[in-house]
Design a protein around this ligand. Structure first.
Ligand code: ATP
Ligand code: MG
Length: 416
């Protein structure tokens, strides 16, 4: 259990309250991306003031927040200002400098803590954590080896041929499949490690996935935990394309195991905030296949965006509740849902020419909920928004999702 969690020290920050200095209850977030924007929306709906620390002047979150502190994430004056303005602080991206969170935690409640964010920032530490709680979580990671030195690379060539074919992943700063190289042979592995600059990496065995899923858990300062049912995810080119969130999306026994495992993983490090745990499902001869834990994100997650429209409480509502020390309501999903990610590709036609998507037709379909993140420039591969489809039953949700995906030319259509 991480030592820097002050379980009893958190006095709830009630929405709309005014502190002894006359300052309105204000929640802060490190980072100004779309996750920060949706956090700000949720916090403001509850009645909080918000502050965003983000260097980019045009960031999705900065532009909708009461306060935008436009400095680098490490800037001492920016951090001091954020701490001064806010009664509790969270993060919207895992690569926030852990040192910055530590600095903020000297004077303000910070959730999740620098220590747990530090674990999620480093695949080597993350896998060590998963391995340490494998007995209670009941899941292990894919077979892997750490490569930080030439000697370790050599050792794999000599003794760990079982890890090939595999995926070489940088220990730090990977996201959306970046910082990853697929390798079949020892020669390819050596070249890939050189290509990644000889930085600290893990080599993971390539597994025959039958599915992928993720679980969102929220844990409070007092250890209370609530969770969403697992959602099934489809990735295309390493980027999430489609999330299936409805009963029957996965075998129930597997879904239960994934949920229990995610809760154990959160408890084991005394996590406070919203945590997303990603899993692989592999064929292992058993009736429903085996569950492997892939990675965790110390924040709300792209695969949980459907909760905004399909649940009575969203992942962002829970992020607000958890950091502010409010009770955590167990979320209830009221509609089956499919989420389609909208990458910048949607704003270009087949000839690569910029064009406006046919929103009129898409939005005339029943149960479509469009979320655009306010990014001013569409680029191929850039997450610009998402479209969630809800409906009275799974069949109608799938029909609309297929139609919308077809109209927008989205990948993953064949998986709906
Ligand atoms: P993100 O942070 O956006 O979820 P990431 O860049 O951290 O992604 P991973 O989640 O490790 O990367 O991998 C991205 C995708 O690549 C996975 O969702 C999965 O589809 C595939 N993948 C990764 N590792 C393996 C593996 N060991 N075997 C098979 N497929 C894998
Ligand atoms: Mg991932």
């Amino acid at each position: 259990m991480s030592a820097d969690i002050h379980v009893a020290a958190m006095t709830p920050v009630f929405p709309g309250s005014v502190d002894a200095a006359g300052q309105r209850a204000t929640l802060g977030v490190m980072g100004g991306g779309q996750l920060g924007r949706m956090f700000v929306h949720a916090a403001q709906r509850l009645g909080y003031f918000t502050a965003v620390l983000e260097p980019d002047a045009q960031s999705p979150a900065g532009r909708v927040s009461h306060h935008h502190i436009q400095t680098d994430y490490n800037d001492p004056a920016g951090l001091a200002q954020l701490a001064h303005l806010c009664h509790a602080i969270t993060t919207e991206f895992e690569n926030v400098p852990a040192q910055a969170l530590q600095t903020l935690a000297l004077t303000r409640p910070v959730a999740p803590s620098a220590a747990v964010v530090g674990i999620a920032q480093n695949r080597i530490e993350e896998k060590a954590h998963f391995t340490a709680c494998a007995d209670i979580s009941g899941v292990t990671c894919a077979p892997y080896a750490v490569i930080e030195t030439l000697a370790q690379l050599q050792a794999i060539q000599d003794d760990r041929a079982d890890l090939l074919p595999g995926i070489l992943k940088t220990a730090r700063m990977g996201y959306d499949g970046k910082g990853q190289v697929r390798v079949k042979t020892a020669v390819e592995l050596a070249a890939a490690w050189a290509e990644l600059g000889g930085s600290a990496c893990v080599l993971e065995k390539m597994l025959p996935l039958t599915a992928e899923c993720s679980v969102l858990v929220a844990r409070g300062w007092d250890g209370q935990v609530v969770s969403f049912v697992p959602q099934r995810n489809v990735h295309v080119d390493g980027i999430l394309a489609v999330t299936h969130a409805y009963e029957g999306n996965m075998p129930p026994a597997l879904a239960d195991r994934a949920r229990d495992a995610a809760v154990s993983i959160a408890h084991h490090i005394g996590y406070v905030g919203v945590l997303c745990v990603e899993f692989f499902v592999v064929e292992d001869g058993s009736e429903h296949g085996g569950l492997i834990v892939n990675e965790m994100a110390p924040r709300p997650h792209n695969s949980g965006h459907y909760t905004l429209d399909a649940c009575d409480v969203s992942q962002f509502d829970l992020q607000v509740h958890a950091m502010a020390g409010l009770p955590l309501p167990q979320p209830r999903q009221h509609s089956p849902a499919i989420m389609l990610n909208l990458l910048g590709d949607v704003w270009f036609d087949v000839n690569g020419q910029p064009h406006e998507p046919d929103w009129h037709t898409v939005l005339s379909l029943p149960g479509t909920h469009l979320h655009l993140y306010g990014k001013l420039q569409a680029r191929v591969g850039r997450k610009m928004g998402h479209l969630t489809i809800t409906g009275p039953d799974v069949a109608s949700v799938k029909t609309v999702a297929r139609r919308a995906a077809g109209l927008l030319g989205l990948p993953g259509l064949d998986t709906i």
